[in-house]
Unconditional design. Structure first.
Lengths: 435, 813
C-alpha cells in the first residue's frame, strides 16, 4: 500500500478515512459511513440536488462543471432506464488521486453512487475502473458485495422500497475511455470512441438512457457533503469553487504525494511548503498544474490560487489536480516528447487532426530532440499543434495540443538550443528519448 | 418539423428545423466539403472537413452534426475555415502515399479534389510515411491501407447499408486500420459497395484496378442486364481493337432508381461481353451437319428464304423471345411473328406469371407499386422469396426504408430469410416451395383461421415439443401477424413466382378489398416484365390485349389472327410431333430451360439469335450473333413496371442487335419495312419540326438538345434500325406506356401508367402455369450470362471456399 503523506495545511474531508481500514464495511460504518445515503433516501431528490448545488462542488475530472447542476439536467420522466456512471478510468499522466480513494475508501464511492442514483431516480449505477488498476478490482468488488450483503444495495436498499444496483466494470487500457461518451461505448461493449454531442449524457447516455457520469473523486465527495452540509463544504473552498481537492504532487519535489487542500490553495506554497520544495535544492523550471494536458506554467506564474477560475485566468487549467514539478535539470523538449508520445499512443484514431496530428508531433519531436531538427521544425510543431486545437472530435486532441503549444511558446530558446547539431543540453536523457 | 430560417454566408435559407446544416447547404448550392459524411449513413464527425463558424459559438462546428435552428448565422468560407481544412488535408497527406499517377482513383479522388481546392501544397514532414502492403480481401475487393483516410464510409455502407457488417476498425491512433471480419479476408455478399463509397483509392475492385486512367473512359449510363430490379449502372468504356471494352461498372452519379446501390452482378458481372465464348460470326449448318461461319448476307438470305418456304408450305412457325432483350425488340419480334410470319405462336421463357398478374390487376392500375414506392412505404408485406439473394435492390430499399423511416416490414415465408432482421414481424408459413402452396395465406389473411396447416410443419421444425402445445402458439402468432397487417393504413404487398394464376387472383382480390394496398410482382430477369408487357405471349397482344379482341391492333396489324397460338411448351411438343416447320428463338435457350430432347427438332428449321452458343443454338440451323444489352439502345421494364432507357455503351465487332437482325430478315423476306418499323417520320405520319443545332455530346455528357428533340418527337427516325421508331408505336398503341419521355431520356425511371387493360375472363383462366420457369438466380448467378462471367465465377468459387472453411472450422470445434 502506498505511503500516505500529510501536511498541516490539509483539510481532510475526502481523505478523512484514509489509512483507517475503511475498505472494510464495518469500519466504514463505524466511521459514520452510509449515514448520508440513509439521510438522502429519507429526504428525496429535491433535497439532494439543492444540497449539491449549495456545496459548490465542481466536477473533479477536469472540466469543473457544477455537479448539482449536472444532476438537475436529467429529466424526471424517462421511458428508458436512467443510470449513474462513476468514471474511475483515471489515466491522465500526473494524476493519481482516484486510486487512493478506491484503495482506502471504496465505500465512499459506492455511497456517493447511491446518492446520485437517488437524486436522478436511477436504479443502476456502474463503477468503471481503469483496467490497469488490477489490484483495486478485488477491493472494489468486495466492497460492493459487502454493501449488497448489508442490504445497502439491491432491491430494497436500507430496507426501503427503493432499488439500486451497482455493477463494477473495468476498462481495457484506453485513456480515451476517460472521455464520458467513450466510456459509455466501452461499457456497452463497443470500441472506445466518443459519441457525437449533443445529445448529452443527461438526456441520452448509457444504453440510450439519461445518465449522470461523474469522476470518482466527485462521487466520493458526495457523502461527505451530506455529512457536513453543503454550505459548510462550500465554505472550505474559494469563490465559486467549493470544498477541497486532492492534489497529486509529483515530479522533482521533496515530498511527492496526494494532498487534500482547499480549493484556491496557493500553488507556490503547495510546491515549496506542502511538498517540501524542489528536490535536492535545485531550481524550479516549470510546473504542469493539472495533469499532462494542461499548459505549462513558468516559475514566475505560480503565485496563484489553485481553483478552476484562477488557473484558467493564468492561461492553464486546473484539470485533474495532478501537479507535475519540473526542475532545472530537465530537458523541456524531451518532456514535450514524452507528453506527446502518450497522446499519440492513446489517440483513438477516430478523427484526422488528433490521429495524424499526435503522430506527426511525436515523430517531429523525436527527431528534433535527437538533434536532427531545423528552425522551421519549431514553427511546424507549433503550427501543427495550433491546427489541432479546437478542431478535433473530442478533447483528447486539445489535451495533446495545448501543452505542446505551451512548451514551444514558453521554452523556444531551449528548442533552439537543440539545433545545429548541438547535443541535447541535458544529454543524459538523449538515449532515453531515442528509444 | 416546422421550417426555420437561418443565414449562411449572408444568404437567408429555409429548411425544416433539425435539418443537418450540411444537407441544407448542399440543397441551396453551398458546397461544404466532407469525407466522412455520407447521406443516409450514420454521422461520424470524424474528418473535420465540414467545419463552419456559427455565430456566438466559440469553436468551429461540424456542419454534418449541426442541426439548423431559427435565426442561426453561419459562415462556411473564410480564411479561418480554409486554414482548418487545409491543415486537415496536410495531415492526411502526411501519410498518404501520393501514388496518384497509378492510383485507380487518380482523377476522380475526393482527396485530390480537396487538395486542389485548399492548396495543401507544401510538405511539412521529413519522416517516412507509414506503409503497409496491399491486401486482397476477396476476388472482388483489394485494400491499400496507406491510401485509406479512415472516413469509415465502407464500414457503415457494409454494416448499415448492406446489413452485412463485414468491416470494422482495428488498432487505434495512427495505427488504426479498416479490417475485414474474416481477419484477412471478407466473408460477405461481395457487393462492392465499400469500393463505391471509398472517397479515395483505398478500396479497389479486381475487375478495374490498374486497368485504365479514369479520363480515358467514356461513361454511359444504362440498365444492368442481370435481374428484374433494373438498377441503373454506369459503364466505363474504352476503345479497344475489336470495338470497345467495358472496363468498369459502377453507380457513378447515383441518379438512378437504385440510388447508392449496386450488387455484385451489376458491379462485376459485365465481362461476359468480352468472353471468348461470345458469338461474333453468323453460323450456318452445312451439308455435313456442322455449324460453319458465314457472312451476315448469306445468313440473312438463308433465314429469309427458309422462313418464306415454310410459310408458303403452310407449316407452323414458332417464335420464342427473350427476357433480356429490349421492349422495342420484343414488340418488334411479336409484330414480326404476327404480321410477317402470320402466327400467334409466340412466347418467351416465363419466369413469372405476368399475364396472371395483369388479369388480377385489371382495372386497378393505381394499385401497382413502383420500385420507388418500396423506398418510402410505411408498411410492406413480403410474401415468399428471398430478396437479399434474388432481388438485391428491393432488399436494399426495404432495409433502408426500415433504417431511415422506421418502415414496418412483415414477412411471411416458408423458410427464414435475412430480411427478417428488419422485420417488425415474421411468420413462418407451413407451405412447401411448390407453386400454389402460398395460396392458403390469402385465405388466412381473408379471415379463414383454418387455412394454414401448421401441423404440416412437423418435419420442418425438429424442436417442436408436441403438436398440441405448439399449434395454438403458432396459430396465435399468425393471428397477431394478421391483425398487425390488417391494422396498417397503407400497405405494399410484394410477392413472386410462388404465386401464379388463381393464387395471384386470390391474393390481389384480398388486397383490393382494403384501402391503399399496392402490389408488386417480382420477375427474375431484366426485362421479364417487358417481355410480357410487349406481348411475347400466344394469346395476348402488347398491353395484354387479347388476340381475340384485338381492338386497335386489328387495324394496325395486317393478317392478325384472332386464334391464340401455341405457348413455348406447346411449340416444343409440336416440334417433337414434327408439326413445327420452323422455330425462331431470340435470346432464349428453351432446350435447356424445358429439358427438351434435341432430337425433337429433326424436322424443324431452327434459327437462334444469341450472344452465346447455347444448347438450343448448338443444334440450330442458323445462328445469328446478337448484341448484348450493353451494346444496344432501347427501353426495359423492371418487375415493378418502371421503364428505363437502355443506352448503347459498348461495341462488339461482328454482332448485330436483335432489332437490326429482325428488320434485315423481314427485309430479306421482301416485306415493306416501313410497315414493320415506322421510320422516316416523327411518330405516326408527323413531319420534322425543329431539327435544331445539336452540337453532338462531349465525351460522357448528355447532348441535352438532342435529348430534348427526341423526347418531344421532333426528330425524324431516319433509320429502319432505330428502336425509338418502335417506341413511338408502342407509346401510340399501349395506354400503359404513355411515358414521360423527357424524363425517360433524361435517364430516369418512369413508371408505366396506367398499368393494365382488362383481360377477358376466358384468358385469365387459361393461366399456363407449367410454362412458368422461375430462374432462382442468386447474388452471383445470372443464367447464361452468369456462366460466362469470369468475375462472378471467381466470386462463386470463393464464396464456396469461405463457407466450406466455416463448416470445417465449426466441425473442428
Amino acid at each position: 500500500m502506498p505511503r500516505l503523506v500529510s501536511h498541516p495545511d490539509e483539510v481532510k474531508i475526502v481523505t478523512r478515512r484514509f489509512g483507517m481500514g475503511a475498505a472494510e464495511i464495518d469500519r466504514y460504518i463505524e466511521l459514520g459511513g452510509y449515514e448520508s445515503a440513509k439521510k438522502c433516501l429519507e429526504q428525496g431528490p429535491e433535497f439532494i440536488i439543492n444540497e449539491m448545488k449549495a456545496s459548490g462542488l465542481r466536477g473533479r475530472g477536469g472540466a469543473g462543471f457544477p455537479t448539482g447542476l449536472k444532476w438537475s439536467f436529467v429529466p424526471k420522466q424517462s421511458t428508458k432506464p436512467k443510470y449513474v456512471l462513476v468514471n474511475g478510468d483515471e489515466s491522465e499522466p500526473g494524476t493519481c488521486k482516484d486510486h487512493l480513494i478506491f484503495l482506502h475508501d471504496p465505500h465512499a464511492v459506492i455511497e456517493g453512487t447511491v446518492i446520485a442514483g437517488l437524486a436522478i431516480g436511477a436504479k443502476t449505477g456502474f463503477i468503471y475502473l481503469r483496467g490497469e488498476y488490477r489490484y483495486l478490482i478485488e477491493i472494489v468488488e468486495k466492497a460492493v458485495a459487502d454493501a449488497y450483503a448489508k442490504g445497502f444495495l439491491g432491491k430494497n436498499i436500507f430496507g426501503s422500497e427503493t432499488e439500486f444496483q451497482v455493477i463494477v466494470q473495468t476498462g481495457a487500457g484506453a485513456y480515451e475511455v476517460g472521455e464520458e461518451s467513450a466510456l459509455m461505448e466501452s461499457l456497452e461493449g463497443k470500441r472506445g470512441v466518443p459519441r457525437i454531442k449533443p445529445p448529452f449524457p443527461a438526456v441520452v447516455g448509457l444504453y440510450g438512457g439519461p445518465t449522470v457520469i461523474n469522476n470518482a473523486e466527485t462521487i466520493a465527495t458526495v457523502p461527505h457533503i451530506f455529512a457536513m452540509g453543503g454550505a459548510a463544504y462550500a465554505a472550505v473552498g474559494s469563490e465559486r469553487n467549493g470544498g477541497t481537492r486532492l492534489f497529486g504532487i509529483s515530479g522533482h519535489v521533496e515530498r511527492p504525494g496526494v494532498y487534500e487542500l482547499p480549493m484556491g490553495y496557493n500553488l507556490k506554497k503547495m510546491i515549496y511548503e506542502v511538498a517540501g520544495g524542489v528536490r535536492g535544492g535545485r531550481q524550479l523550471k516549470a510546473v504542469v498544474p493539472g495533469g499532462s494536458s494542461t499548459p505549462v506554467l513558468l516559475p514566475s506564474e505560480i503565485d496563484l490560487g489553485m481553483d478552476f477560475d484562477q488557473v484558467g485566468k493564468a492561461g492553464s487549467m486546473l484539470g485533474s489536480g495532478g501537479v507535475v514539478v519540473i526542475d532545472d535539470q530537465t530537458c523541456i523538449v524531451e518532456f514535450a516528447l514524452r507528453t506527446i508520445s502518450f497522446y499519440a499512443h492513446e489517440s483513438c484514431g477516430w478523427c484526422i487532426p488528433c490521429r495524424e496530428g499526435t503522430d506527426w508531433l511525436k515523430k517531429s519531436l523525436t527527431r528534433f530532440h535527437a538533434g536532427f531538427g531545423t528552425m522551421k521544425d519549431i514553427d511546424n510543431i507549433q503550427y501543427l499543434a495550433e491546427n489541432m486545437m479546437g478542431r478535433t472530435f473530442c478533447p483528447l486532441g486539445d489535451a495533446a495540443a495545448m501543452p505542446t503549444i505551451g512548451f514551444v511558446k514558453k521554452f523556444r530558446k531551449e528548442f533552439e538550443d537543440h539545433l545545429n547539431g548541438k547535443p541535447c543540453p541535458f544529454a543524459k536523457h538523449v538515449e532515453v528519448a531515442l528509444v | 418539423m416546422p421550417d426555420v430560417t437561418f443565414t449562411v454566408d449572408g444568404k437567408k435559407l429555409t429548411a425544416p428545423a433539425g435539418t443537418l446544416l450540411i444537407d441544407a447547404c448542399r440543397k441551396a448550392g453551398i458546397e461544404i466539403p466532407a469525407f466522412c459524411y455520407y447521406p443516409g449513413l450514420s454521422l461520424q464527425a470524424a474528418c473535420r472537413m465540414c467545419v463552419v463558424r456559427q455565430e456566438k459559438v466559440p469553436k468551429l462546428q461540424t456542419a454534418c452534426t449541426t442541426q439548423v435552428g431559427e435565426g442561426q448565422v453561419f459562415v462556411t468560407e473564410s480564411a479561418e475555415i480554409a486554414q482548418a481544412r487545409k491543415a486537415t488535408i496536410e495531415l492526411l497527406l502526411g501519410n498518404h502515399p501520393l501514388d496518384c499517377p497509378v492510383c485507380d482513383a487518380g482523377g476522380e479522388c475526393e482527396l485530390q479534389d480537396m487538395t486542389f481546392k485548399y492548396g495543401a501544397g507544401e510538405s511539412l514532414y521529413v519522416e517516412a510515411k507509414q506503409h503497409r502492403e496491399e491486401q486482397k480481401w476477396s476476388p472482388a475487393v483489394y485494400f491499400d491501407r496507406p491510401r485509406c483516410i479512415l472516413c469509415y464510409r465502407c464500414v457503415r455502407m457494409c454494416g448499415e447499408g448492406m446489413d452485412v457488417w463485414a468491416l470494422g476498425i482495428q488498432s487505434r491512433g495512427a495505427s488504426a486500420t479498416i479490417a475485414p471480419n474474416g481477419g484477412d479476408h471478407l466473408d460477405c455478399e461481395q457487393c462492392g459497395m465499400c469500393i463505391d463509397a471509398c472517397p479515395v483509392g483505398a478500396l479497389t475492385s479486381d475487375t478495374y484496378r490498374y486497368k485504365t486512367r479514369p479520363w480515358e473512359m467514356n461513361h454511359v449510363a444504362t440498365v444492368c442486364t442481370h435481374c428484374g430490379d433494373g438498377c441503373k449502372v454506369t459503364l466505363g468504356i474504352r476503345q479497344a481493337d475489336n470495338g470497345t471494352d467495358i472496363v468498369r461498372a459502377d453507380n457513378r452519379d447515383k441518379s438512378g432508381i437504385n440510388g447508392d446501390f449496386l450488387c455484385a452482378k451489376g458491379r462485376f458481372g459485365f465481362d461476359f461481353v468480352e468472353s471468348p465464348d461470345r458469338l461474333t460470326k453468323p453460323l450456318i449448318r452445312n451439308a455435313a451437319g456442322t455449324l460453319e461461319p458465314a457472312t451476315w448476307e448469306q445468313a440473312i438470305r438463308h433465314v429469309a428464304s427458309k422462313l418464306k418456304e415454310v410459310r408458303a408450305a403452310g407449316r407452323a412457325i414458332g417464335v420464342i423471345g427473350s427476357n433480356t432483350t429490349t421492349n422495342e425488340e420484343n414488340y418488334l419480334l411479336q409484330k414480326f411473328a404476327r404480321t410477317v410470319l402470320g402466327t400467334n405462336n409466340i412466347d418467351h421463357v416465363r419466369s413469372t406469371d405476368y399475364p396472371g398478374f395483369a388479369a388480377a390487376m385489371a382495372g386497378h392500375d393505381h394499385r401497382a407499386a413502383s420500385l420507388r414506392d418500396t423506398q418510402t412505404a410505411k408498411a410492406i408485406l413480403l410474401i415468399g422469396g428471398n430478396p437479399t439473394e434474388e432481388h438485391p435492390l428491393l432488399a436494399w430499399n426495404l432495409r433502408t426504408n426500415f433504417r431511415l423511416n422506421q418502415a414496418r416490414l412483415y414477412i411471411a415465408t416458408d423458410s427464414p430469410i435475412k430480411l427478417e432482421r428488419q422485420a417488425l414481424m415474421s411468420l413462418q408459413l407451413p407451405v412447401s416451395l411448390e407453386s400454389g402452396g402460398y395460396e392458403s395465406l390469402s385465405d388466412f389473411l381473408g379471415g379463414d383461421d383454418n387455412a394454414l396447416d401448421f401441423g404440416a410443419m412437423d418435419d420442418v421444425i425438429e424442436s417442436r415439443p408436441t403438436q398440441t402445445d405448439t399449434v395454438p402458439t403458432e396459430l396465435t402468432h399468425a393471428k397477431t401477424f394478421r391483425e398487425a397487417v390488417l391494422a396498417e393504413d397503407s400497405l405494399i404487398v410484394i410477392f413472386g413466382e410462388e404465386f401464379r394464376g388463381a393464387a395471384i387472383q386470390k391474393l390481389v382480390a384480398w388486397g383490393l378489398g382494403k384501402e391503399n394496398v399496392k402490389f408488386a410482382y417480382l420477375g427474375d430477369y431484366v426485362n421479364s416484365r417487358g417481355a410480357a408487357d410487349m406481348g411475347l405471349l400466344p394469346d395476348l397482344l402488347p398491353g395484354y390485349v387479347p388476340v381475340s379482341e384485338p381492338g386497335a391492333f386489328g387495324e394496325e396489324y395486317a393478317n392478325l389472327s384472332k386464334q391464340p397460338g401455341l405457348d413455348a411448351v406447346q411449340m416444343l411438343d409440336a416440334a417433337g410431333r414434327g408439326e413445327l416447320g420452323a422455330l425462331y428463338v431470340v435470346g432464349a435457350d428453351p432446350i435447356a430451360s424445358y429439358g427438351v430432347d434435341p432430337a425433337a427438332f429433326e424436322n424443324t428449321f431452327v434459327i437462334v439469335q444469341d450472344i452465346f452458343l447455347t444448347e438450343t443454338a448448338a443444334l440450330a440451323d442458323v445462328v445469328l450473333p446478337s448484341a448484348s444489352l450493353y451494346e444496344k439502345t432501347g427501353t426495359v421494364t423492371n418487375s415493378y413496371g418502371d421503364v428505363q432507357l437502355v443506352k448503347k455503351a459498348a461495341d462488339k465487332a461482328g454482332v448485330k442487335t436483335d432489332f437490326e437482325i429482325l428488320v434485315r430478315v423481314a427485309g430479306g423476306m421482301g416485306i415493306d419495312i416501313k410497315k414493320l418499323v415506322p421510320f422516316g417520320t416523327t411518330g405516326k405520319g408527323g413531319v420534322t419540326a425543329d431539327m435544331g443545332q445539336s452540337r453532338g455530346a462531349q465525351s460522357g455528357e448528355a447532348d441535352r438538345h438532342a435529348v430534348w428533340l427526341t423526347a418531344n418527337n421532333l426528330e425524324p427516325r431516319l433509320s429502319p434500325f432505330d428502336p425509338l421508331a418502335v417506341l413511338d408505336e408502342i407509346q401510340r398503341l399501349l395506354p400503359a406506356y404513355q411515358l414521360d419521355r423527357l424524363n425517360l431520356f433524361g435517364g430516369n425511371d418512369v413508371p408505366s401508367q396506367p398499368g393494365f387493360v382488362p383481360v377477358s375472363d376466358l384468358l385469365a383462366q387459361a393461366a399456363h402455369q407449367d410454362v412458368v420457369l422461375p430462374a432462382h438466380d442468386g447474388l452471383f448467378t445470372s443464367g447464361t450470362l452468369g456462366a460466362h462471367t469470369v468475375a462472378l465465377t471467381e466470386i462463386r468459387q470463393y464464396q464456396h471456399s469461405v463457407s466450406d472453411a466455416v463448416v470445417a472450422e465449426t466441425a473442428a470445434d
